[in-house]
Design a protein. Structure first.
Length: 22
C-alpha cells in the first residue's frame, strides 16, 4: 500500500531529524 510506504518514509525521516536535534 502506498500509504504504508509514506508513513514509513515519514517515520524514518522524523527519526533522522530527532537524532540530529537531540
Amino acid at each position: 500500500m502506498v500509504l504504508v510506504n509514506i508513513v514509513y518514509f515519514l517515520f524514518s525521516h522524523v527519526k533522522w531529524w530527532l537524532s540530529i536535534v537531540i
